[in-house]
Design a protein around this ligand. Structure first.
Ligand code: SAM
Length: 194
């Protein structure tokens, strides 16, 4: 996919409110972290949070209990989601695919657990265009973020495996956040239908 002109992060935040707020039924959030997305979800959804880092579990358990509707936290990695086939209406991933060990495997698991017609919603930090920024991202990943920031490697071209995963329809937009000295971080956001 060609890199389109990116929108700014205000538009990214608006898209997040719109896409997460529209979800219904049973929603699996992979890499739920501290539960930052609860502010966007409708009260009616049944939320399942998959989080491999046990340090987040107490906080997530409390948030899931406060949300209600049988919401729950489960341990494990998105490369092997501990749910049966065709059991959720939506899967959410926000800044997680940059951290997983195997993006293709995770996307195959996302498709497996989604019901036909279900939605995969993603907001992801991705590789920047241009050699300089890309090099800076690689250095940052090697020296810092892969070890100390949940395994994050922001130099991955995450849009490619999403497009190749076999979803029926992928609707993806680009966003940019200015860091400094004319350097921009790039993000993608959108949804894909199973
Ligand atoms: C940058 S945090 C994002 C947290 C949350 N999604 C958010 O938007 O605030 C990345 C999260 O992905 C989780 N993670 C890392 N590898 C994972 C994997 N293989 N499967 C599922 N989650 C993973 C980390 O434990 C962490 O909670």
């Amino acid at each position: 996919m060609a890199l389109a002109t990116p929108a700014d992060m205000t538009a990214y935040a608006g898209r997040k409110r719109e896409l997460l707020g529209a979800l219904t039924g049973t929603v699996l959030e992979i890499g739920a972290g501290a539960g930052a997305n609860f502010v966007h979800f409708d009260r009616s959804i049944r939320w399942i949070g998959l989080e491999p880092d046990p340090r987040w579990h107490d906080q997530l358990d409390r948030a899931a209990a406060a949300h209600g509707n049988g919401s729950a936290v489960i341990g494990g990695r998105a490369e092997q989601i501990p749910l049966a086939d065709n059991t959720v209406d939506a899967v959410v991933s926000t800044i997680v695919l940059c951290s997983v060990a195997d993006q293709e495997r995770v996307l195959a698991e996302v498709r497996r657990v989604l019901r036909p017609g279900g939605t995969f919603v993603f907001f992801e930090h991705v590789a920047a265009p241009g050699t300089w920024t890309r090099r800076l991202q690689r250095v940052r990943a090697l020296c810092y973020s892969r070890r100390f920031d949940a395994g994050c490697d922001p130099s991955r071209e995450t849009w490619r495996p999403i497009e190749a995963a076999g979803f029926r329809n992928v609707d993806l937009a680009w966003y940019a956040r200015r860091i400094r000295f004319g350097v921009y971080n790039r993000y993608i956001a959108g949804q894909a239908i199973c």
